[in-house]
Design a protein around this ligand. Sequence first.
Ligand code: ZN
Length: 394
Amino acid sequence: MDPLTETLTLKLVNPNTHKERKLRETRDEYQLALHDAFTQDCDTQSKANDVVVNYDLSGYAKNALKQYVPNLLDDDTYGAEELQEGNHPVRFTNEGPQLDHKPQNAIEWYVKIPHHEDYHLWLPAQPKSNQREWLEALYHSDAEMGECQLIERDGEWYFHVSATMIVEQSSSVSVEEQTPIGVDLGEAALATVCHRTECGSPANPTLWSREGREVRRLRETYFSAVKRLQERDSERLAEEYGDELWARIDDILHAVSKEIVEYAQQVENPVLIIEDLTHIRENMDYGQFMNRRLHGWAFAKLHAQITYKAKENGIPVETVDPAYTSKECHSCGEHGYRSRQAVFKCSNTECWVGEYQADLNAALNLVKRYYASCESHVQTDSEFSSDEKGVAVT
Ligand SMILES: [Zn+2]
């Protein structure tokens, strides 16, 4: 069990004039308090407390200052001039800031930033795309929030959150010893998971179809209700509606990601093979724009949840290019087609596959692709070493 720590960067999205003024007030007041405590040589928490208590800051910023200033004074290289020049981040202890998630909104994430005592601001915040799994882990209390910082850079505001997750060491074994598990994420079944036995036949195929139906039903409920509210000109109600529905969808996704990791724990040396999110899926039947974005949301969310839950449990996750995984036959590699939503038909008349469960075929293709990518690595390595030998001979 090792702690893994990461600093998450959230960009505060277009704070309005009022909120931006509040952020600036907090920042300016904090700089004054910091400078004051530093020049008064507050080398203990209680000395720092006597100084910062007079400033109009939240208790979380004051507490962070009490810890920070004595440390700063300990550092001989630091002078008062540098302190004055630097645009210091406003630090907050972790009890103050909070994270919220509203996937139905264009900007999904919100952070609560303490301002004064008993007064805080909620602001929409855009995370880095590769830190989604950390946000999910924080949101589900599987990671712990540490100190946070408010920073202004080139006229933009950022909120940095330090996060820690306890993870299990993953054992490194050779590809031959691994059991790759294909995890296909989809619309009909939220996830389809399968691995292969030693002789190569598909083992323990598991589909989360009921959950897929439930997510679709909740999403439809949301859309028709919002539409009704908008028709009645209740824009405000429409905007506020849906938190509970989206929390239920989140619960379902979270339960599915947990079950996928439990599946992996039952096999020897598991590796989860999941599609690379940077590729656009070619096989999705998208509806209207909102639906597409929200589908993408559920997809990205489930992907992130599986990734962090696997990491937490020491299970490696590998990504592969998913292009055509739903159109190729997992056995012969020929292109086929979906005769019905759930059925893949191989167009190779010689192939034994004929008709196959479509999502299962895609999951098996992910495994196949993983092996192919490992082989190409091995090949590159041996080419490289033979080159080296050539150099040594001449
Ligand atoms: Zn085939």
